[in-house]
Design a protein around this ligand. Structure first.
Ligand code: ADP
Length: 344
């Protein structure tokens, strides 16, 4: 069996797969965790109650949010890898710290098996420099690692492989625009199977309008708010990450509620949301030239025909093929783990 772990700061999601055919055996979430170690002890107990033999687990795949520019593929976790992961904490303090605690806890209860890190950023490491660099001081790039990394990479990669099967086009010939639209939203331009640009940036705050995140705004707004509105750094963080996006405009971050609502503010939120998606689509059409399909995934992308139609409305002349694919990041992680197990 292969266990996939997504360790956050307050919860741990897990999914257990049969190693032979990657069928799901069992999955769940441990909420409101106090410490990761105790949570893994609880998980072991839960497995025992379900008569699942923990010793049958061959390997654990850990979702790690930020791999910086150090990891471009899934990686066997050694002590050296943990040291590198620690050095990346400043790039995603909340996420990576929790991911590392999850790795330590899992390693302490499952010592003799392989642990493999799968990074949200890895798929985007193929972006060319002219795409991932920001046109600001060279020193902030070299000393503080300020550049675009991109996220949702595991999802965009899964989508690419699934689209390749559906369209019967080899991955290395496939050009796609992939929209992952959930609470977090990102687009990816995929050329010959590789990410060449993505809308999220150095952090997952950049790019498209999201449930509670602003996406791209004029960067000078931040200094203006600090100077004129006397906002602190924490207040700006909260404003842009937790109190912006659909929530700020439509007064609700849940797309289902906004689509069902008759209010002007809900209408505006949907107009802004889809206007930005359409602009992104146009930009990626321009850089790709030929697009085999536009893929929609994530809670909104998979379920809302209305959002998909509003995004593509007016682009009929481009004869775009649009496809809905249900994403499965845990399965993609399990696939990576299986591939590595076959090699070691
Ligand atoms: P996360 O990014 O947290 O994984 P999801 O991918 O589950 O989130 O997406 C959550 C979003 O999907 C919410 O805004 C929710 O309203 C939206 N959603 C789920 N089902 C539907 C639906 N049938 N129609 C429109 N939006 C939907």
């Amino acid at each position: 069996m292969i266990l996939v772990i997504n360790a956050g700061s307050s919860s741990i999601k897990y999914k257990l797969f049969k190693a032979e055919n990657l069928k799901v055996v069992f999955s769940g979430i441990i909420q409101e965790i106090k410490n990761h170690h105790k949570a893994f002890e609880d998980l072991k107990d839960t497995f025992m109650q379900k008569s699942i033999d923990f010793s049958q687990i061959k390997a654990i795949g850990h979702r790690v949010v930020h791999g910086g520019d150090k990891f471009s593929k899934p990686t066997l976790i050694t002590d050296e890898v943990i040291q590198i992961l620690k050095s990346l904490i400043p790039l995603a303090p909340l996420h990576n710290r929790a991911n590392i605690e999850g790795i330590y806890a899992a390693k302490s209860i499952a010592k003799d098996i392989e642990h493999i890190a799968v990074f949200d950023t890895a798929f985007h490491q193929s972006m060319p420099q002219y795409s991932y660099r920001y046109p600001i001081g060279d020193d902030v790039y070299s000393s503080l690692h300020v550049r675009k990394y991109g996220f949702h990479g595991t999802s965009h990669q899964y989508i690419t492989n699934e689209a390749s099967k559906l369209l019967d086009i080899g991955v290395h010939e496939l050009n796609l625009i992939s929209f992952h639209i959930g609470n977090g939203v990102s687009a990816c331009a995929i050329k010959e199977g590789k990410s060449i640009d993505t809308s999220m940036g150095m952090t997952p705050l950049d790019g498209l309008m999201m449930g509670t995140r602003s996406g791209s705004i004029d960067p000078a707004i931040i200094t203006y708010l600090m100077r004129e509105g006397e906002y602190s750094i924490d207040e700006i963080d909260r404003l842009l990450n937790k109190n912006s996006g659909l929530l700020a405009i439509g007064k609700d971050s849940d797309m289902r509620n906004l689509l069902a609502s008759e209010t002007e503010e809900a209408k505006l939120a949907i107009e802004m949301f889809t206007y930005r998606l359409k602009k992104q689509l146009g930009a990626y059409l321009a850089i790709l030239g030929r697009v085999d399909a536009v893929i929609f995934t994530g809670g909104i992308g998979e379920n809302s025909k209305e959002i998909r139609e509003l995004t593509c409305k007016g682009l009929e002349n481009f004869a775009l093929k649009t496809i809905v694919i249900k994403t499965d990041e845990e399965l993609q992680i399990a696939l990576h783990v299986k591939e590595i197990l076959n090699r070691v």
